[in-house]
Design a protein around this ligand. Structure first.
Ligand SMILES: *Cc1c(COP(=O)(O)O)cnc(C)c1O
Length: 421
């Protein structure tokens, strides 16, 4: 194993992003590999929360329009800060609601079923909340049987051709993940969008596991809409306000879930009972924005905009590449299955490995300071994050994994998941 340590140190010495590590709170002797579930807190995120608290303390109600960070415009302001991460014009991006609410909002607004065209195409590997929301929309529109699921051949990844083969004249809308939350596979968003549009289908992506890990060119690809959470790779803190993109060509459509914060800002306080929708993405807001849950993003996103998503992606690929190389070379005898696709353009920011004792292995790793996460039924997900993990972290995490496999300590932990796995 020694030679891997030397390689790790050489990579770290070369790492242009290593200066950001000190900006994050990382526990002593902790190898945090779970930044794709909950990103760590940075000093800048902490400071921006305290700044917003200070505005509340000193300005009271005037915090809505006064100070350096007026709350009334904070959803749009944070949208601007995220635009570069998804390749979109700032005016078509917003921070608002939660991811699940944004799925309800975008799908309800853009889904316009007819008698012949009413299906919504999803995939069988997506996160449950996305499927619940889509099914609810179908039920409410009287098309409860309209959920069409692309199947996976191996139970882990999807083939682009298989998804495209399902795009026919009966499909009204498509919602797919950009990066699969388990296997880490990246879907070919550009090709899928082109194929959907050839059939006249609206297509959107859930970027929960891709934003902050890989670059996107949503505008160039012509993607109709996207949603994402901000507490994973974007480090916005637990429950931080989600993101939303809608292509400008749809901005004239009135949103389905209406509230006074979707009203034209100029007339919002006229308090008229007729909804006067904002002419742009702001229409997708519903009620009063969750200012305190947005505040950390002001600091957290500043780091991304400074570091640049291209460099983040380059380092992330090198981190997961290093991990895969070590797994191939040193772990053959333990019976791990590596589920994540190998090609760089098909691999997001995390690696999924399968083992029949995965829950016990996950618990044993945590007891030794390595923090991955377990995904039922039998997988451990490991995410080395470019902004705060080092190559030496990856080395230590895998060295500890090897130790618990060699000495069998994982067997002591039983093989059951916790309530929050
Ligand atoms: C994390 C995640 C969610 C979470 O949605 P919330 O509304 O923030 O709870 C939804 N979808 C996917 C694909 C996710 O990875």
């Amino acid at each position: 194993m020694e030679k891997w340590l030397e390689t790790a140190r050489r990579y770290d010495a070369d790492d242009q992003l290593s200066k950001y590590r000190d900006e994050f709170y990382i526990g002593e002797n902790l190898y945090y590999m779970d930044g794709n579930s909950l990103g760590l807190m940075s000093r800048r995120a902490e400071a921006s929360v305290l700044d917003v608290m200070d505005d509340w303390k000193t300005l009271g109600i005037d915090g809505w329009t006064e100070g350096e960070r007026p709350w009334f415009y904070m959803s749009e302001r944070i949208g601007e800060l995220m635009a570069g991460l998804i390749g979109a014009d700032p005016v078509s991006v917003l921070a608002t609601n939660s991811t699940t609410v944004n799925i309800h909002q975008t799908v309800r607004t853009l889904y316009q079923p007819t008698e012949d065209r009413y299906k919504i195409l999803v995939d069988e590997l997506n996160f449950p909340s996305d499927i619940y929301a889509v099914q609810a929309v179908l039920d409410d529109y009287g098309h409860g049987d309209g959920l069409l699921k692309a199947k996976s051949r191996d139970g882990h990844n999807l083939e682009t051709e298989d998804i495209i083969a399902l795009m026919d004249e009966s499909v009204a809308l498509i919602l797919l993940p950009a990066v699969l939350y388990r296997s880490g596979q990246i879907l070919d968003m550009e090709r899928l969008t082109r194929a959907a549009h050839e059939k006249g289908i609206i297509i959107g992506f859930d970027l929960c596991h891709s934003i902050g890990a890989i670059p996107h060119e949503l505008k160039d690809w012509g993607v109709d809409f996207a949603v994402w959470c901000t507490y994973k790779h974007l480090n916005g803190g637990p429950g931080s306000v989600a993101g939303l993109y809608v292509h400008p060509k749809h901005h004239h459509k009135q949103v389905s879930l209406r509230g006074w914060f979707g009203n034209n800002k100029e007339s919002q306080f006229d308090m008229d009972h007729t909804f006067d929708p904002a002419a742009d993405i702001s229409q997708y807001q519903i009620g009063t924005p969750h200012i305190l849950s947005m505040a950390p993003l002001l600091g957290a996103l500043e780091i991304f905009n400074e570091a640049g998503i291209a460099d983040v992606r380059e380092k992330s690929l090198k981190l997961t590449g290093f991990m895969l190389e070590m797994l191939d070379a040193e772990f053959e005898k333990y019976g791990f299955e590596i589920v994540t696709p190998r090609p760089a353009d098909a691999r997001g920011g995390h690696v999924l490995i399968g083992h029949e004792n995965a829950a016990g292995i996950n618990a044993a790793l945590k007891s030794r300071g390595v923090i991955p996460d377990f995904r039922a039924p039998s997988f451990v997900r490991i995410a080395p994050v470019a902004l705060y993990n080092s190559f030496e972290d990856v080395y230590h995490a895998l060295k500890i994994l090897k130790e618990i496999m060699d000495d069998g300590t994982y067997k002591k932990f039983g093989n059951r998941r916790g309530v929050v796995a």
